[in-house]
Design a protein around this ligand. Structure first.
Ligand SMILES: NC(=O)c1ccc[n+]([C@@H]2O[C@H](COP(=O)([O-])OP(=O)(O)OC[C@H]3O[C@@H](n4cnc5c(N)ncnc54)[C@H](OP(=O)(O)O)[C@@H]3O)[C@@H](O)[C@H]2O)c1
Length: 162
């Protein structure tokens, strides 16, 4: 099973503010949906609280250390390893780490493919994307303009490593 991460990051490495995304990027949300639909996604409890529902047509694994946490329509797991093991046992081919920061931090050493939206601005925030580690190669890059539905210009990049 390929372990991938998907994230939108500002030039100053911000990914969130006050528990939410610090921008509106409609094209990025569409891309996120296209890439992750049909697959497993692994998310932290705070990211789940922000989204507020399971994302449809995906198996949602929500990480929490709380006992008896309820996330209807999701599979609640007490560790990253447990979520990965369940996804693999279910026959998943590509599983996506979708954040937030705490989950990216723990998962990045295992991640082999990164779908990265670079938000071309410095943005105020309180959670940050971690170091990626070594050995990354960029496979593709596309630029998208800002407009009324997209707060900032973005670069969409796909990276991989062995
Ligand atoms: N820009 C982007 O692409 C992007 C993507 C996703 C999220 N975000 C932003 O990131 C922010 C949230 O990130 P965050 O770091 O504050 O929170 P988070 O990673 O979403 O959630 C952290 C929580 O997840 C649970 N958790 C994490 N690792 C665990 C583990 N190994 N085992 C069991 N449970 C684990 C814990 O829940 P309990 O406290 O319940 O035990 C922990 O408090 C928000 O602002 C969100 O909008 C941005």
């Amino acid at each position: 099973m390929l372990i991938s991460a998907i994230v939108a990051v500002s030039e100053n490495n911000v990914i969130g503010r006050d528990g939410h995304l610090p921008w509106h990027l409609s094209a990025d949300l569409k891309r996120f949906k296209a890439i992750t639909t049909g697959h497993s996604i692994i998310l932290g409890r705070k990211n789940y609280d922000d989204i507020g529902r399971p994302l449809p047509n995906r198996t949602n694994y929500v990480l929490t250390r709380q006992e008896n946490f309820q996330a209807p329509g999701c599979i609640v797991c007490s560790s990253l390893e447990a979520a990965l093991a369940k996804a693999e046992a279910a026959g998943e081919t590509e599983c996506f780490i979708i954040g937030g920061a705490a989950v990216y931090r723990e998962a990045m050493p295992k991640v082999k493919k990164l779908y990265l939206t670079k938000v071309l601005s410095n943005v105020e925030g309180d959670v940050f994307f971690p170091e990626w580690g070594e050995g990354w190669r960029m496979l593709s890059e596309e630029k998208f303009p800002s407009d009324e539905k997209n707060d900032f210009e973005t670069l969409f990049q796909v990276w991989e490593r062995d």
